[in-house]
Design a protein. Structure first.
Length: 373
């Protein structure tokens, strides 16, 4: 079975990561598949890298008008907000299954065009664990940005007045940069809490703090499960939240807990789900960005950083890791070996969500088993 995989350019600002490295593109081509790579001025790997391994090169965003109907459009982050119907199969992180802002509009585009979504967030094994994730790198970079914000606060600086964040060549470069900035505090170090310390993201956060010589407290489910308005959170200087909630629960931290005199001064919300109903730290209105990485809560003496594509600060390392995790499953997809596995689960969830929004029967949608043949 030969299939076409169309690697699109990422339109999200400051996004340099890629879901498929040239190395893995080459392996698909060697197995007889057709891989198209759009030209991209921002991707961590050059256009020449993809061309050299045999990818067909196409203009940026040309998938919209040129991709054949049987092509799978492959990317990382969500598509731009547009109105045209979506007719292809799409693989990316869509952020639309928890009633986020714009979710229904995006799903309506798939509904009108008869397209399908395989959301990478819900590509899971039989135990519900993601088969590929940026979690370690999200935790690593989220911890680094949280520390950077803490240092800036201590020095009386507004981190948003600096030049926009940009990517680092390696995790070692990022670590050395933060070590140098920490030295400006003359030995002062924050009291740090990592929530979700045993997950991928939490392990990444701990790895960063270890690399700069900061001992962090780690919380697991037992410290948060079933709890609300956890006052102990206020006793830390810096919190890194690594827990992505999938079910609505009582909030752990709310604005009414903050009187402006608490010790807590920085929240790095790596999970970054501010508009979703499952957010356990609903103290900020929207995600922050690479050019404005901090949100300063008025009158509360708390700065929040919550960027939803943090691993883009380390685009090459994080892309290589993610592509390697995903590739065995992507190969199965390209070869049609997807029954009773992660792809079937992702498609079944897609149908479930679609019929939640659009319950009327519609012939655009085949049954999952037919779609996967």
């Amino acid at each position: 079975m030969k299939r076409t995989l169309w690697l699109r350019h990422e339109t999200k600002p400051f996004e340099e990561r890629v879901a498929l490295t040239p190395k893995h593109a080459a392996e698909l081509i060697e197995r007889g598949h057709h891989v198209v790579a759009e030209y991209s001025p921002t991707r961590a790997f050059s256009d020449e890298d993809y061309h050299a391994v045999g990818c067909e090169m196409k203009a940026t965003n040309s998938w919209i008008t040129e991709a054949p109907s049987d092509a799978t459009i492959f990317g990382l982050k969500e598509l731009e907000e547009e109105n045209f119907p979506l007719k292809h199969r799409h693989i990316h992180f869509a952020h639309v299954y928890k009633n986020q802002d714009g979710a229904k509009d995006f799903l309506a585009r798939l509904y009108r065009g008869g397209g399908k979504l395989f959301d990478l967030e819900y590509l899971v094994d039989d135990k519900g664990k993601r088969v590929s994730a940026f979690g370690v790198w999200a935790g690593f970079t989220g911890a680094a940005l949280g520390l950077d914000l803490f240092i800036a606060q201590k020095l009386g600086l507004d981190i948003n007045t600096r030049e926009p964040l940009s990517s680092f060549s390696s995790s070692q470069e990022l670590t050395q940069t933060l070590k140098a900035r920490l030295s400006d505090l003359s030995g002062e170090k924050p009291k740090v809490l990592i929530i979700g310390a045993k997950g991928r993201c939490g392990r990444g956060a701990k790895q960063f703090f270890d690399s700069v010589g900061i001992e962090a407290t780690g919380w697991t489910r037992k410290e948060t499960e079933g709890k609300s308005h956890i006052k102990e959170l206020l006793d830390f200087d810096l919190i890194v939240n690594c827990v992505l909630m999938t079910k609505k629960a009582n909030p752990w931290l709310t604005l009414d807990m903050l009187d402006g005199n608490q010790r807590l001064s920085v929240l790095s919300d790596v999970s970054c789900d501010p508009t979703g109903p499952c957010n356990p730290v609903p103290v900020y209105p929207k995600a922050t960005t690479m050019d404005k990485p901090a949100y300063y809560i008025p009158g509360k003496n708390l700065a929040v950083t919550a960027i939803d594509h943090l691993p883009s600060l380390l685009p090459k390392e994080s892309s290589e890791d993610f592509s390697a995790q995903l590739f065995p499953h992507l190969l199965n997809y390209m070869e049609g070996k997807i029954d009773n596995g992660p792809w079937a689960r992702a498609l079944s969830l897609f149908y479930k969500k679609m019929f939640t929004y659009f319950p009327e029967e519609d012939t655009h949608f085949d049954t999952p088993s037919q779609e996967l043949l």
